[in-house]
Design a protein around this ligand. Structure first.
Ligand code: NAP
Length: 372
């Protein structure tokens, strides 16, 4: 049996709990989705929990089932994403669920891949397991929790989060040699967490020329990821030179540069000799969308756009910014410094966003495009 049945308020709370468990797997699960699972007895007592801890390791259902000492009759498995029916790095979860003796499964969200979606639940139902889909609001949250995983299948492009730090008066540079960063140490740590969960980190050449960034995951997050995100530079006429930090560290983490067809061969050869991949796309309004399709083809589900105002605004104007995260620092910088105008559509997009604190900064987060 498979379908949408009423679940009790307590079961609803248990299903929501699997979304919280799933978060514990971020960022180490990348490029897999984060998934949480739990087994509850017929009276609602939680018997075991699990989550997908790291890419290549056991899936959440398996972790929860393995943690179970005995399976009492009437137990239910709750899981944030439908159990898979295919063999990847791990055997199919559906086989393990069936073998465990569980007779009832409540699922928050369907698989992102239309070619495999529904196969796991169908197999469970064939084996006599009762499969229940959770309420729509939890399904939406579960899909958004793995926005990139779902976007790459449903939209054919990665999910793009535009992140920047600015002063109270909208400046993105301080102009003060004694004040290198705008945001607080706590916010910068958060940025490493965001990078670690992204398949690619992107900037425009303006940022490379101004800041010479490294864009790698460093600090405590470094040990939690299998590999560094791809570092992407938008540099249509190849102004970037091989002496920048990005190119000099190409052995440590890959670098991909998007230029236009007809960009100077000499510059291209220089970058390629230094270990950078250069991809030329047709000049024109489809440039940014085309670049995202290229990234999706490379298995990138999430892009963290860390560019300056020009490229961020260009992505937003093309309707390719799906979420924004802005760190607003509690000071002002000279209006001569690079920054956003008050009427900037991207700054306007922050209105109505969720506000939290990070050290002395205010963090504003807003989802512009939900994956549906
Ligand atoms: N506070 C922060 O969070 C933060 C983050 C990054 C940068 N910054 C600051 O921002 C300043 C640099 O700003 P910026 O706006 O020049 O940097 P940027 O947006 O990273 O880079 C600008 C470059 O992106 C490329 N670009 C722009 N629109 C494009 C489009 N539609 N398609 C393809 N490529 C496009 C252009 O290069 P081509 O014309 O050569 O193709 C353009 O020169 C610096 O002061 C830096 O310190 C601050």
């Amino acid at each position: 049996m498979s379908g949408r049945a009423e679940i009790s308020p307590h079961e609803r709370a248990l299903l929501e709990q699997t979304l919280g468990l799933a978060e514990l797997g971020r960022p180490a699960a990348r490029p897999n989705p984060v998934v949480g699972a739990l087994v509850a007895a017929a009276d609602g007592t939680v018997l075991a929990t699990g989550y997908h801890r790291r890419y290549g390791e056991h899936h959440a259902e398996r972790v929860a089932l393995d943690a179970l000492e005995v399976l009492p009759p009437g137990a239910t498995l709750f899981v944030s994403l439908e159990p898979c029916a295919h063999r990847g790095k791990q055997p199919p979860c559906t086989d393990q669920v069936i073998a465990s003796g569980i007779r009832r499964v409540i699922i928050a969200s369907a698989d992102a891949n239309p070619r495999t979606a529904g196969q796991g639940p169908a197999r469970l139902a064939q084996a006599g397991v009762s499969v229940i889909w959770g309420p729509d609001d939890i399904a939406r949250r579960a899909v958004q929790q793995n926005a990139g995983f779902h976007a790459s299948h449903r939209w054919g492009r990665p999910y793009v989060t535009c992140k920047w730090a600015m002063t109270r008066n909208g400046r993105v540079a301080t102009g003060d040699p004694n004040r290198r960063w705008i945001s607080s140490p706590e916010s910068r740590e958060l940025v490493h967490y965001m990078r670690a969960g992204s398949g690619a980190v992107a900037v425009g050449v303006g940022t490379v020329l101004a800041d010479d960034p490294l864009l790698t995951v460093r600090g405590t997050m470094r040990d939690r990821i299998a590999n560094q995100p791809l570092r992407v530079v938008y540099d249509r006429s190849l102004r970037m030179t091989p002496d920048c930090q990005l190119v000099r560290s190409a052995d440590e983490a890959p670098v991909l540069v998007f230029c236009v067809e007809g960009a100077p061969d000499e510059a291209r050869n220089r970058l390629e000799r230094a270990g950078v991949e250069v991809v030329a796309l047709p000049h024109g309004p489809g440039f940014l969308a085309g670049s995202l399709e290229e990234l999706a083809a490379r298995g990138v589900n999430d892009v963290l756009l860390e560019a300056g105002p020009q490229l961020c605004e260009a992505f937003h104007a093309a309707s390719l910014v799906d979420a924004v995260t802005c760190f607003v620092a509690p000071f002002e910088a000279s209006p001569d410094q690079a920054g956003f105008s008050r009427s900037s559509p991207l700054v306007q997009a922050l209105q109505g966003g969720q506000r939290t604190s990070s050290g002395v900064d205010t963090v504003v987060i807003r989802v512009l495009h939900e994956v549906t």
